[in-house]
Design a protein around this ligand. Structure first.
Ligand SMILES: O=P(O)(O)OC[C@@H](O)[C@@H](O)c1c[nH]c2ccccc12
Length: 267
């Protein structure tokens, strides 16, 4: 089972290049704009998209991502609308996409068919935040049946023994959460990020992407030196939210992201 995510990481690692992964909340400010923004990010050199399903209680998200999810919900984003958005992106792009979701909206809609619908729409993997490993058997089985990656998170408080269990069940890439707490730009890269990436690499050969708190080209470069990929979310959400929703404004926001992409690509 080789997804676009697998292929992209294999291609980049062969070139000795680091991956740039951009997070955004689907539907912020609306689903049609999400299609435009994703295509602009791809043009700016973003390698993978982590697309968030808007949810009312995103407990792992800081203010920026919470407010983005609320804007998306207020704009009428639904699960089916996000599926249409993904399908529209897929009509025009082969960019690898990971579906980031909380359990609640999937359970309320029905687990299995949510995964099947997302696979049919064209995503390559799931990042499900609040499903404990021990209860994720049926989830992983459904992902495998749909040829989707199961992206798993490792955090600074994850013991080594649990890292071992997590990486055995992960594929695509391992998401290394650089710091304790919720998402949101910080003034510097977390001190222990490098050591945490190494703790993962001690138990897995899978690509490791480092995220949480990265908001400047310097921080992105620093993260790229430590891992195989860099994830940026809040800074990108902010750039597009704080720029006019016009072609010029979108181009300006994209240019901000491109500075971080270029910093990662020159490591
Ligand atoms: O926003 P930041 O600090 O750049 O972090 C990336 C993050 O937004 C994205 O990967 C993500 C959004 N919501 C999450 C919840 C848990 C883990 C990761 C995420």
């Amino acid at each position: 089972m080789k997804t676009r995510v697998d292929q992209k990481f294999a291609e980049l690692m062969k070139k000795g290049e680091k991956a740039f992964i951009a997070y955004l909340s689907a539907g912020d400010p609306n689903l049609a704009d999400t299609v435009d923004i994703v295509l602009r990010l791809e043009d700016a050199g973003v390698d993978l998209i982590e697309l968030g399903l808007p949810f009312s209680d995103p407990l792992a998200d800081g203010r920026v991502n919470q407010e983005a999810a609320t804007r998306a919900l207020d704009a009428g984003s639904t699960f089916d609308g996000v599926m249409d958005c993904i399908a529209q992106i897929r009509e025009r792009s082969e960019i690898p996409m990971i579906f980031y979701a909380y359990m609640n909206p999937l359970l309320s809609r029905g687990y299995e068919n949510s995964i099947t619908a997302a696979a049919q729409a064209g995503i390559d993997g799931f990042l499900l935040l609040d499903l404990p490993l021990e209860e994720a058997g049926p989830y992983r089985k459904s992902l495998t049946e749909n040829s989707l990656n199961a992206i798993q998170l490792v955090t600074p408080t994850t013991p080594d023994e649990r890292i071992g269990k997590i990486v055995k069940r992960a594929n695509g890439f391992i998401y290394c959460v650089s710091r304790e707490g919720v998402t949101g730009v910080q003034d510097k890269l977390a001190e222990g990020a490098g050591a945490l990436v190494q703790r993962i690499r001690d138990q897995s050969d899978a690509p490791v992407a480092l995220g949480f708190g990265i908001g400047t080209p310097e921080q992105a470069r620093g993260a790229a030196k430590l891992a195989d990929g860099v994830v940026v979310g809040s800074a990108i959400v902010n750039a597009f939210h704080n720029s006019p929703h016009t072609p010029e404004g979108r181009a300006a926001a994209t240019a901000i992201v491109k500075q971080m992409v270029d910093a990662v690509k020159t490591v």
